[in-house]
Write a protein that binds this ligand. Sequence first.
Ligand SMILES: CSC[C@H]1O[C@H](OP(=O)(O)O)[C@H](O)[C@@H]1O
Ligand code: ADE
Length: 307
Amino acid sequence: MTGGHTGYFRDVRIGVIGGTGLYSLDGLDVVETLAVETPWGAPSGPITIAESGRGFRIAFLARHGPAHHVLPSEVNYRANIAALKAVGVQAILAFSAVGSLREEIRPGDFVLVDQIIDRTKGVRADSFFTGTGVTAHASFGEPVSAALRALVARHAAAVPALRAGGTSVCMEGPAFSTRAESNLYRSWGADVINMTNIPEAKLAREAEITYAVVCMATDYDAWRESAEPVTVAEVMKTMKVNAGNAKALLLAALPDLERAVYCDETAALVQPEAGSMQYAFQQPPEHHAAAAGRDKLRFIFPAYFGA
Ligand SMILES: CSC[C@H]1O[C@H](OP(=O)(O)O)[C@H](O)[C@@H]1O
Ligand SMILES: Nc1ncnc2[nH]cnc12
């Protein structure tokens, strides 16, 4: 145990969440595999700790489990984020397979979204504070880290097409959208659609973890009159190529990311999120000591709910 932190503490500051078609990290040496338990239950699978050639460590988690056995609505997002936090993660680069809502975003293109529209249906646990007796409201107007997006965008040359900016719609699923819904999201100005950005991005923000998601277009969803609506077969066919490009992008960006989280004394990359929840609490700190969920919250926030 370190500084009131969890027994899993490892100081692995970089986390990667792989989505559909991205179930492992290649090109890095795996040094440890952790079965982490959190106060919110178990994450989707083991956390793999890998080491880069430069001696820095990266934690990897497959969002739907290593065999993709967890539906998007049934992912334990709280456990996933809490588990990454427990091993020391300060910045998460997530990957997500998405449908394109724009002709110009072709299957195979990557988009670093900067906005998210929540179309989930309230069935997902989306806050660490639920049931704890502590009221907190994270700032979420900018749901994705601008600094992490900019860092990744500098490595656009590693993939065929990478757009810096765009809006994703996170739908509930598991069935894909109707044509009318797909057109509705287009009329709202959305660029891509998936089923996992929310609550993942929200929980990362609550956990004070810097978060960005690389959205990898696999299909044109259901809006195009001239084409058949999306199927899983179509998604997985495109993901075969996308997965290779995702790994290339990660390996290209990793040296910069390592410098930013392990070597920069100003901590400029993670600084906007680190400590951000101190402004989110409704009640004064004295209240936290008596809160029913204090022990649970200490797992994520040793600084606010310490012994
Ligand atoms: C298999 S298509 C629908 C599935 O793909 C995306 O997964 P992820 O975001 O984890 O890459 C989408 O969000 C759905 O969960
Ligand atoms: N069209 C689509 N809708 C929702 N999630 C997706 N993931 C990949 N393609 C998708």
